[in-house]
Design a protein around this ligand. Structure first.
Ligand SMILES: Cc1cc2nc3c(=O)[nH]c(=O)nc-3n(C[C@H](O)[C@H](O)[C@H](O)COP(=O)(O)OP(=O)(O)OC[C@H]3O[C@@H](n4cnc5c(N)ncnc54)[C@H](O)[C@@H]3O)c2cc1C
Length: 226
């Protein structure tokens, strides 16, 4: 199902990183971790890949007013068009989809690994969950080139102060499988959730498997196109 909606805000949330807020159509439903396809009515800049892209939703499923998405500005015709589309203008969103569903009830420690804008589905989850109490720790490993390009970094730091069961670790160098193999040994009981560009996801999974994590304890979402 496709919904017509409007842009309500644009925001630069880190270096070269753009957030778009859309009015949430009443019938648009989603769970934390899912994505939607955003389409502009007409490209102002040519784009061989067309006038839409898939983006994970960053806002909370409890927020009935807004849907937010975030992306790096690569200079593609679609993203240039979306960034330059005025507030109040119409765009389309598809009904949310995806099986990367973050757990509502925690039965063991959770490790979230985000590469760059791979933070998107975790933001949706944390926005929803941060007011609750939960039994097991959630640790977010957040990798970026530098702090300036880390979207929502201050907000995440605040969340980690607010919730004793949520902690944030930042990584500003290219991760190796060895790093994740060591972490796998440290967080032996954890379930791993890995999101980001395909190369980063592959390195992380490789390291976790070297560290002895079973395949059914690793969930991934690859942001193809990066
Ligand atoms: C389930 C799922 C969820 C996703 N969620 C997100 C999300 O939350 N946020 C997000 O950002 N992405 C997400 N993606 C990826 C997203 O759909 C796009 O594929 C991605 O953002 C790249 O789009 P693009 O328009 O920048 O590049 P594309 O046009 O798809 O091009 C691919 C490559 O070419 C380069 N390129 C393209 N045009 C130009 C140009 N004119 N000049 C220079 N270089 C160019 C780009 O740098 C890019 O590396 C998701 C993908 C999937 C499958």
């Amino acid at each position: 199902m496709v919904f017509e909606t409007q842009i309500t805000a644009h925001k630069e949330v880190a270096q070269g990183t753009h957030e778009v807020t859309l009015a949430r159509p009443t019938a648009f439903s989603f769970k934390a971790g899912q994505y939607t396809q955003v389409a502009v009515p007409k490209l102002t800049n040519p784009d061989p890949k067309g006038r839409s892209r898939q983006f994970s939703v960053t806002s909370s499923p409890y927020d009935m007013d807004e849907i937010k998405v975030v992306f790096r500005n690569s200079g593609s015709g679609f993203k240039e068009t979306l960034i330059n589309t005025s507030i109040g203008a119409s765009v389309q969103v598809e009904q949310a989809a995806g099986s990367f569903l973050l757990p509502q009830i925690l039965t063991r420690p959770q490790m979230f690994v985000a590469g760059g804008v791979g933070i998107a589905p975790f933001m949706s989850y944390l926005h929803q969950k941060i007011e609750d109490t939960w039994e097991y720790p959630i640790t977010l490993l957040y990798g970026n080139q530098n702090p300036e390009s880390a979207a929502y970094l201050e907000e995440l730091k605040q969340m980690s102060k607010q919730h004793r069961q949520f902690s944030l670790d930042t990584i500003y160098k290219r991760p190796t499988p060895g790093l994740f193999a060591k972490l796998a040994e440290k967080y032996i009981d954890a379930v791993w959730w890995v999101v980001g560009p395909p190369g980063m996801v592959a390195v992380t999974v490789n390291g976790l498997q070297l560290g002895g994590v079973a395949t059914d304890k690793i969930m991934t979402e690859s942001f193809d196109g990066y």
